[in-house]
Design a protein. Sequence first.
Length: 153
Amino acid sequence: MKKIFKLLLVALMSLVTVACESPAEENVAEQQLEVTPNNIAGSWALEQLNGEALPEGSYVYIDFVRSDRTFTLYQNVDSFGNRTLTGRYFIYVDEEMGTSVIRGEYDHGMGEWNHRYIVESLTSTAMTLVAKDNAEDVCVYTRKDIPAEIVGE
C-alpha cells in the first residue's frame, strides 16, 4: 500500500510541475488595445505598405497627440527630401462594420487623408490599418521614436 501511495504521490507531483510551467514567450500574443486617442498617442513608423517594406532610405513617421487629437506626419516617399504635414485625426466606430476607424484632415486646406482606415490591430507596439475602401491597402506601423534629424531638432 505504501508503494502505491508513493507512486501516486510522484505522479501527482509530476502533473503539478508540468501544469505550472509557463508557456513559451513566442506563443503569447500581445494584448489588443481599445482604439482610443490615449492608446494611439505617440510616434509610429510605417514598416510595411501592402505587405512590403518601404524602399531603403524612405520613411513615414506619424506622431499622434492625444490631448488635442492632432497629428504630425514626417515622410519622404512622395517628395524630394523631408515633408512635414500636420492636421487633426478622428476616431469613430463604424456601426455597420462594428470596427474602429481613423481618419484625418490636413491643416491649411490640404484636404483629407486618401482613405479612412479600419484599425485592424492595435497593441502597445504595433498598429495595422486597412483602407476602408480598399482591403489591399494595408499599413503596418510600429511604435518608434522619430529621429531628431527628421523632426529638425
